[in-house]
Design a protein around this ligand. Structure first.
Ligand SMILES: [Zn+2]
Ligand SMILES: [Zn+2]
Length: 334
């Protein structure tokens, strides 16, 4: 059991625990420990042999016990129990996700909006992980609190991007995480969206719109010819905020027809789409984007933590954009 596989187990436990409001703190502890494993990639066998699993950041006695079980048997009885209790048992049609083949993340933030690192730091972080490309998708202007980018600042960012790209030697895709407004229009004009490499359109506000209106809103976004990915498609935050509810079947079907990918946002606070919705989107023909939505380089590790969602949804790697080389992402620049 390597650290990444163990991180996914702890991450799934964190996810299942979050469904019980009383377990929010324990859920966070499991997610934090998963993150430490994904970041540090410690040698679990050696630590277990020397009785030192608690030396891992965020790993106390309880989580160490789960890890010890994983090292010894390759399985977690605790996870199995949680799966049974929450009615989400293992299935025999899960897929295999080879994270070594991950080519790049399509959704990330810098200090141009609400990220906590510079574009240079983000690019270096992605490069250090061996990524071929990184989508720089800061927020659009509507979200004032995060200093969203209007056309003028996007242009300035694009100049800075070129410099960073040359300095670090990684392809930076000039993009935006554009807000899906209440009526389904987007927070930047088409003339701006069309010159970007990648457009992630996300719902952030008024998530509890009545489902009919929400369906129309999402359909309109999916039908915008410049949209490439729908970011965290429900906006939910398991354990604290319910996400948007809409006619998922209709929206996913339309997304598949328009070549718009649905995101699996691996941030442990989001985990959106859920495995169940992702499975439905898969059946209806959608492609996916498996992103960290990183606001700092360390958060790129959310992808190895969250990859279990794609596996549980049975999504084959060829339906996930991030496993494609840059050259195959030409649909991105539509
Ligand atoms: Zn977002
Ligand atoms: Zn984001």
């Amino acid at each position: 059991m390597d650290a990444i596989a163990a991180a996914q187990v702890l991450s799934e436990i964190g996810y299942l625990l979050r469904q019980d409001p009383k377990e929010v703190y324990r859920a966070r502890a499991f997610s934090a420990a998963a993150w430490a494993l994904a970041l540090e990639r410690p040698d679990l066998e050696a630590l277990h042999k020397n009785n030192k699993l608690t030396l891992i950041e965020g790993v106390g006695e309880g989580i160490a016990k789960v890890l010890a079980g994983l090292v010894e048997s390759g399985q977690s009885s605790y996870l199995e129990r949680l799966r049974a209790e929450t009615g989400q048992p293992a299935r025999d049609d899960e897929s295999a996700i080879e994270l070594d083949a991950y080519q790049g993340d399509l959704h990330s933030h810098t200090d141009w909006s609400d990220g906590r690192a510079t574009m240079l730091e983000m690019a270096r972080g992605a490069k250090a992980l061996g990524y071929q490309y990184l989508g720089v998708t800061d927020h659009s202007p509507r979200i004032k609190v995060v200093n969203g980018l209007d056309a003028e600042r996007l242009l300035a960012q694009s100049r800075a991007r070129e410099q960073v790209e040359n300095e670090v030697g990684i392809a930076l895709l000039q993009g935006i995480e554009v807000d899906i407004l209440e009526d389904g229009s987007l927070d930047l004009p088409d003339q701006v969206l069309e010159i970007l490499d990648i457009v992630v359109a996300s719902p952030h506000v008024k998530l509890r719109q009545e489902p009919m209106a929400m369906t129309e809103r999402m359909l309109r976004a999916v039908n915008n010819p410049h949209v490439d990915v729908i970011g965290h498609p429900t906006g939910r935050r398991p354990g604290s905020r319910e996400g948007a509810s809409y006619d998922f079947e209709r929206v996913f079907r339309e997304a598949a027809a328009s070549g718009v990918a649905m995101e699996i946002d691996c941030d442990p606070a989001r985990m959106d789409l859920s495995p169940e919705h992702a499975r439905l989107a898969l059946e209806l023909g959608c492609n996916f984007s498996l992103d960290a939505d990183a606001h700092a380089p360390a958060e790129f590790a959310y992808v190895p933590m969250g990859a279990w969602m794609a596996r549980r949804a049975g999504i084959p790697m060829d339906r996930i954009l991030n496993f494609k080389p840059l050259e195959a992402l030409t649909m991105i620049a539509k």
